[in-house]
Design a protein around this ligand. Structure first.
Ligand code: ATP
Ligand code: MG
Length: 790
């Protein structure tokens, strides 16, 4: 049974308690990282249900990832000691899919609509750009997709955009045409992209107040986590959901038997839902996706009488970690200063480490993880964060070699693999026959002799006859194609129809489940068999992946006995980056800083703290870019509970080139006494080095001054002096003039003596390939390698 409200308030400080117990219409909790914002939401939900003030079905809680949603549900159920069926705890996207599938007809959609991910979107755009010859004007699928996404996040569509566009500008005209075609094609395919999920729901509510009223009546309490990262469309959705229901509409609902009497106020209307939002403007990291910090700032204006609660005690991190976070974020202008404190105590110092290369950095992390593990830290309590996905390569390589069990969260996702997308496309073609993209994808996969020319013929046949691509396939006999091709097309169309029939309740053989249908399709299409019998060794893994998908459909059916194919496809579409995370799996988690939001780990490694990576070079030109990158750094630091590692490398291989890396400007914002800089591998005597090294100067500089004391420059790269006056990296070593040729013997501080086999590259990027007597073959960047010619 439910526990009393007393115990639901245990483990909360007075401010948190106040927030949990507040019963007005609007509540804003602004507070720094780790201050218990998410915890307050969880307790608030539990207190509403536990105190019998709300039914679970009257709660709508929005979290940033499905994973966060699952955690919140679990916590609420734990607090209540009971299951909480009917409660909606989900992401914006999942909530909107649910609404749109239910109200599909009103929304002008097929209930089986497909959800396009970014790769699908780019595919559609690629085709349009090609057809319109728009690439000659510089349009790219990625660029257009970004622009369209931004517009949709502002609730703009092609028509509203056209009203303000400069139609004398050929660029604008072309963009508009692409936008229009894109919209048309998604419509025709009964498909929505991720941004549509939100905006279409908003449009639905605005066009059909009676539909909106169903949800306004239902959800009495709306709670939003990570509110700082909502964009305009999401903000509008919340506004629509929390509007009061007008008296006449409420009366109509009562007449229709919807039992609204108990909800009506004196006017006869239904008051708007109570709204709780929690956020931290210092953690706003999605401005590039249209997130709007103003949503926090203007909350009080939009919801007059809103109560504001501030939380200042951090329960997550040690004081040293917090002090570093506070110091960094205080460099952002335009923010309200809030100082977090903790009662946990200073804790360990932050560990700093400068690798000689990305690989050295990774090796340090692997070694340190093994040391932590040896000292009893579980792998699952350790996380490694990075700014760009490209950084995982070195980390993975070393982790595999060092046998560190790890898991990349949201890297190349399972569902993004080509073979999985192929198999899924078969399912989509069954569920949503008008989805041309899915049909085109499977038309010749596996190869059945249907070439691109035939594909084009089918498409134009469909277009001229005003029928769908699928219908054109069924009609392939009248296209005048060769007999073999015709048979292949008809067979595919027949297979899809047969699969669809299996799902019909009227099917005498009984309704088949998702896994039977997938099994049938894989067999009939020979997709799996083709992979299994292939001589390409990679196809073996691909076959295993497809089998894994089949196994997943079985799990899905077991866990969701009432669900169908569309539900399965929805789940697949909505699995977001952070959702593949599985805490119980006993592995180290690798993820981008963006994915890390809201999470916490005992030990955190923040890697690649270098100029160009953090702040990322792309942010340089953006207004507010470096400030947003600083918030990202702040998010990363504040994930750590006990131990924080900051690492960087002196050289970084990127895009096939190795270049000299500069320490990030943010590093020197952390007071020096908080960081304990370890030796760079080049200095480690224990690793076989014998000579004292110039690099030591650098380490001393770090340790004693906290900045990058010392005079010279590590990098020849130009850097605005004003940004970073005199606090430059120590002269590490400059072998710029060292002339090496194949056959020379050299001595390296770590690797000992060896023979140069080859020199490649030019100028500062010259690389010596060296066969070391004891350490094997290595490649060294001559400019900074700790080497001397013998
Ligand atoms: P973020 O901004 O990173 O999302 P947050 O403000 O949502 O952080 P929570 O994740 O809710 O913070 O809380 C951080 C940690 O502190 C969690 O482990 C939580 O259980 C713990 N915590 C929060 N409040 C208290 C409290 N009053 N007593 C004990 N532990 C608490
Ligand atoms: Mg949180």
């Amino acid at each position: 049974g439910a526990r009393g409200n007393g115990s639901l308030l245990d483990g909360l400080n007075p401010e948190q308690r106040e927030a949990v117990e507040f019963r007005g219409s609007a509540l804003l909790i602004v507070a720094g990282a780790g201050s218990g914002k998410t915890r307050v939401l969880t307790h608030r939900i539990a207190s509403l249900i536990g105190g019998r003030e709300a039914w679970p079905s009257q709660i709508l809680a929005i979290t940033f990832t499905n994973k966060a949603a699952a955690e919140m549900r679990e916590r609420v159920e734990q607090l209540l000691g009971q299951a909480s069926d009917g409660m909606w705890i989900s992401t914006f996207h999942s909530a909107c899919v649910r609404i749109l599938r239910r109200e599909a007809e009103k929304a002008g959609l097929a209930g089986t609509f497909t959800i396009y991910d970014s790769a699908d979107v780019r595919n559609v755009l690629k085709r349009i750009i090609k057809e319109l010859d728009a690439d000659t004007l510089g349009f790219t699928p990625a660029g257009v997709s970004n622009r369209i996404s931004k517009l949709k996040n502002e609730l703009a569509d092609a028509d509203s955009y056209a009203r303000n566009a400069n139609l004398d500008d050929p660029q604008e005209v072309m963009f508009l045409e692409i936008f229009r075609q894109y919209t048309r094609r998604l419509r025709a395919a009964s498909a929505l992209d991720f941004d549509d999920l939100i905006s279409e729901t908003v449009f639905l509510f605005r066009s059909f107040p009676d539909v909106a009223a169903l949800y306004q009546r239902r959800f009495r309490h709306v709670l939003v986590d990570e509110y700082q990262d909502t964009n305009h469309a999401q903000y509008s959705l919340i506004r629509e959901l929390t509007r009061p229901v007008a008296p006449d509409l409420a009366e109509q609902m009562e007449t229709a038997g919807m039992h609204v009497r108990s909800l009506q106020d004196a006017s006869g209307g239904i008051p708007g839902a109570s709204l709780t939002v929690v956020g931290d403007s210092d953690q706003s990291i999605y401005a590039f996706r249209g997130a709007d910090i103003r949503n926090i700032v203007e909350f009080e204006r939009d919801y007059p009488g809103a109560k504001v609660v501030l939380l200042e005690q951090n329960y997550r991190s040690t004081q040293n970690i917090l002090s570093a976070a506070n110091a960094v974020i205080s460099n952002n202008f335009d923010r309200k200063d809030k100082k977090l404190w903790t009662a946990v105590g200073d804790g360990d110092k932050i560990t700093g480490y400068t690798g000689y290369s990305g690989h050295d950095e990774a090796q340090f992390i692997a070694d340190e993880i093994e040391a932590l593990h040896g000292a009893g830290v579980a792998y699952r309590d350790i996380a490694v964060f990075y700014r760009t996905n490209a950084q995982t390569r070195a980390l993975e390589e070393i982790f595999v070699r060092s046998a560190v069990p790890y898991r990349v969260v949201g890297g190349t996702k399972f569902y993004e693999r080509a073979e999985i997308k192929d198999a899924i496309a078969y399912l989509i073609a069954v569920a949503n026959p008008v989805d041309e993209l899915a049909l085109r994808r499977i038309l010749n996969t596996p190869k059945r002799g249907i070439g691109p020319a035939t594909e084009t013929q089918l498409a134009s046949f469909a277009e001229t006859n005003g029928i769908t691509f699928r219908e054109a396939m069924r009609d392939a006999g009248s296209l005048g194609l060769g007999p073999k091709v015709t048979t292949a097309i008809l067979q595919l169309a027949g297979m899809l129809d047969e699969a669809a029939a299996k799902l019909e309740p009227s099917n005498p053989a009984g309704v088949s489940g998702v896994s039977e249908v997938l099994g049938f399709l894989l067999e009939q299409s020979a997709l799996l068999e083709t992979l299994r019998s292939s001589r390409d060794p990679q196809d073996e893994t691909r076959a295993e992946n497809v089998e894994e998908l089949l196994a997943q459909t079985k799990d899905f059916m077991r866990e969701n006995p009432d669900a169908g194919l569309v539900d399965f496809l929805t789940q697949v579409s909505l699995v977001a980056a952070a959702d593949e995370l599985d805490d119980s799996s006993g592995t180290v988690s690798l993820m981008t800083l963006h994915t890390a939001k809201g999470l916490e780990y005992d030990s955190v490694f923040l890697t690649g703290i270098e100029e160009g990576l953090l702040p990322h070079q792309m942010s340089a030109g953006e207004p507010g870019g470096p400030a947003e990158e600083r918030r990202l750094f702040y998010v990363g630091i504040t994930r750590a509970r006990k131990r924080l590692y900051l690492s960087l490398a002196m050289t970084r291989a990127q895009f096939g080139e190795t270049s000299v890396a500069m320490p990030s400007r943010y590093l020197q914002e952390i007071p020096g006494e908080l960081i304990d800089w370890r030796q760079s591998p080049g200095m480690a005597n224990s690793r076989g080095g014998t000579q004292p090294r110039a690099l030591n100067a650098r380490r001393d500089g770090y340790g004693s001054r906290g900045g990058f004391g010392g005079q010279g420059e590590l990098s020849p790269a130009p850097r605005p002096k004003a940004e970073w006056p005199n606090r430059v990296t120590a002269q590490v070593r400059d072998n710029g003039d060292l002339t090496l040729t194949a056959g020379d013997r050299i001595r390296h501080a770590d690797f000992g003596e060896g023979r140069v086999t080859q020199v490649t590259g030019e100028g500062t990027k010259r690389v010596a390939h060296v066969q070391f007597d004891r350490s094997g073959a290595k490649k060294l960047l001559i400019k900074i390698a700790p080497i001397e010619k013998l």
